[in-house]
Design a protein. Structure first.
Length: 664
């Protein structure tokens, strides 16, 4: 009947994890486990069995893991992902006729019933299993079938010995009849390298890193400062666009529309007579200088992340060579970027509705491939929410099929569904609303959503403290305590976080005007020269935080995040832990930038793997404190002008010898 096999009795539903019914892949990193659950059941009282099947995309044969019952027809199994790229998984369920027969026969034997016919049924099932087996297993199952048929086995004692043989029953279960099994749809997994899950990012404009004031910085200048950035413990050095900057409608200092002859313009106004997206601004150096920077950064433990901004200045070669890739107004001019009433005359958006879109897509892909050839494996994408989702799904898949190590970070401060949509179509990481989540309730609600709901299956947060575009209000008015508080929050709530420096570590907090999130004298429009050794720099605190992140696996992932109760709304308490609870981090933050706050923390000791009857030690990794606590209720007091946060590593007492306690 319409190709339906009506004899399939097993139902599989409520499979988790999956994203949009399997339309998009879940995300994992190398070495992660994929824990799969599902409801698997059938009509009647017959025994059901099921297995988790998985394979790499390049494989044709499935690996199989038996699923274990959780109760109420819910089942679970897991597999590990050990290679980059794509995996697929599914579930297969079948009626377990042999186990059903054995279960019912045992009941009949216990009731003293005549089981002669039932033994013959069992013999037939055992012989059928032997036909599906081979070698020694096939012989043992055949022998069992013959034993069940023998007249002397009608003796109740002998019958029970044969039926209750657990080893033979397990052997029969290995060769079930799955001709009428039900198989769920294939579900995809994208497996990325660990940097996709964990890393500290530092954003720097190369043109501002000359050692002396008044000169345009170069890649070589930045190369000479790699020890400064790496010394703070960062993993990724992110560079804004490094391409030639347009001259027509070039913006002046503080984004004024009338620029002077000495104004350098915005790096996001890409393209000039010197070239476009595959060219380097001549004042920064050469392509070989850039390649050397990539190599030297690697020697310092840093990866270079490059900005991808698919937009053009009026001087971009694309404007001359491919005018069909831009939207033209009725007067014949090209439409520049606008966000009324704001106008960005120095930027032409690309028209993704052009009839020539296939050529446009291929050219934009070639930009990424070009920089991959120069050694770049991480791309921060500017405003991806202003380009079509199908384009990103195609581009990211094309690139990652070529090299699955590539990471794409979506800079999309936009509506939640669009941000989540970008993550679903392939972006490895995403900017978040962390920048504007400040209160205890806001932080708790938002990070519970990111780490404990289905969102975590596809959306990897990267928490940014500030950007060249965004100087948050709390940093403008909260002083040094605000910078430290937000630093600890970002670095401990998120396995991946980033900051724009040196503005952040030097506590630059001057807005362009009251009510604005734009920096005064923004580096987007001018070259800045800063004293990296200025008094009050947070570089040592940043170093301490990043060292704690590297030394503690609990801080290298997000899913273990748990919030704990505090009887003061200005104190936020949360923990992270490794899977085996051998590494536990407890964080308490004072959200008040002005005044000392105190309160009693109520810890969920079970979640931390702690015995309520034994003391434990809390070592502060950001400060120098060491505290001995016991039980769930403990007192906290934090002065924001000394240190507004505790980052505790929890150590359990393992034994006591003479006058000393030993903690791990």
């Amino acid at each position: 009947m319409n190709g339906v096999e009506g004899r399939r009795r097993v139902v599989i539903e409520e499979v988790k994890p999956k994203v949009d019914c399997g339309r998009f892949p879940i995300k994992r990193t190398l070495g992660d486990k994929v824990v799969v659950e599902a409801n698997v059941f059938a009509d009647g009282h017959d025994t059901v069995a099921c297995a988790l099947l998985y394979r790499r995309e390049s494989e044709t044969l499935w690996h199989e893991v038996p699923m274990q019952p959780l109760g109420n027809d819910r089942w679970r199994a897991q597999f590990s992902v050990t290679e980059l790229g794509r995996y697929f998984y599914t579930i297969e369920g079948w009626m377990e006729s042999f186990q059903t027969w054995r279960k019912d026969l045992i009941k009949r034997l216990q009731a003293g019933q005549d089981v002669r016919v039932d033994l013959l049924i069992g013999a037939k099932l055992a012989e059928a299993a032997a036909g599906r087996a081979s070698g020694t297993d096939a012989k043992r199952l055949s022998d069992w079938g013959r034993a069940l048929r023998k007249e002397e086995n009608r003796n109740p004692t002998l019958q029970q010995e044969v039926v209750l043989d657990e080893e033979l029953a397990a052997l029969a279960a290995r060769y079930p009849d799955r001709s009428l099994s039900t198989r769920y749809q294939e579900l995809p997994v994208t497996v990325d390298r660990v940097r996709a899950r964990f890393g500290a990012w530092y954003e720097a404009f190369p043109r501002s890193w000359a050692p002396e004031a008044g000169r345009h910085g170069t890649f070589r200048d930045l190369e000479g400062r790699l020890d400064y950035i790496a010394g703070m413990g960062f993993d990724v050095l992110y560079l804004p666009p490094i391409h030639p900057i347009g001259r027509q409608f070039r913006k002046g200092k503080n984004n004024v529309t009338d620029s002077g002859s000495d104004d350098v313009g915005s790096p996001w106004a890409i393209g000039s007579d010197e070239g476009g997206h595959k060219s380097i601004h001549p004042d920064l150096g050469t392509l070989e200088d850039f390649r050397k920077l990539v190599r030297r950064a690697g020697e310092h433990g840093l990866e270079i992340a490059l900005d991808v901004a698919y937009q053009c200045s009026p001087d971009h070669p694309y404007v001359r060579e491919h005018p069909e890739w831009f939207r033209h107004r009725p007067d014949g001019t090209i439409q520049y970027a606008e966000n009324p009433p704001k106008k960005y005359q120095d930027i032409y958006p690309l028209d993704f509705e052009t009839p020539q879109w296939p050529g446009l897509w291929q050219e934009l892909k070639s930009v990424v491939l070009f920089w991959m050839d120069q050694g770049v494996r991480i791309f921060r994408v500017d405003n991806p929410h202003t380009k079509p989702l199908p384009f990103w799904e195609w581009l990211i898949r094309e690139v990652k099929d070529r090299n699955p190590e590539v990471i794409f970070l979506a800079e999309a401060f936009t509506r939640p569904k669009i941000m989540y949509g970008l993550a679903k179509v392939g972006f490895t990481q995403s900017y978040t609303y962390f920048t504007w989540r400040n209160t205890k309730s806001e932080l708790t609600e938002y990070f519970t959503e990111l780490t404990q709901s289905e969102v975590r299956e596809f959306f990897r947060p990267n928490l940014w403290l500030n950007t060249p575009d965004i100087l948050p209000e709390h940093l403008q008015h909260g002083g040094r305590p605000a910078f430290i508080t937000r630093l600890v929050l970002a670095g401990s709530l998120g396995a991946s976080y980033g900051l724009y420096g040196p503005a952040f570590e030097l506590c630059d907090n001057q807005p362009r005007e009251a009510g604005s999130e734009e920096y005064l004298n923004s580096e987007k429009y001018e070259i800045k020269h800063r004293d990296l050794n200025a008094p009050g720099s947070l570089k040592e605190l940043i170093k301490r935080l990043n060292l704690a992140r590297r030394d503690n696996p609990a801080l290298q992932s997000d899913w273990s995040l748990r919030f704990h109760s505090v009887d003061n709304d200005m104190l936020l308490c949360y923990s992270k832990s490794s899977d085996d609870l051998s590494n536990v981090i407890l964080v308490v933050v004072n959200l008040d930038f002005n005044y000392t706050q105190s309160g009693w923390v109520e810890l969920d000791l079970a979640a931390l793997g702690l015995d309520p009857d034994r003391p434990f030690q809390a070592d502060d990794l950001m400060g120098t404190g060491r505290y001995l606590w016991q039980g769930p209720r403990n007192y906290i007091e934090l002065n924001p002008h000394i240190l507004p946060a505790h980052l505790f590593r929890i150590r359990r007492r393992v034994h006591m010898e003479k006058d000393f306690d030993y903690y791990l």
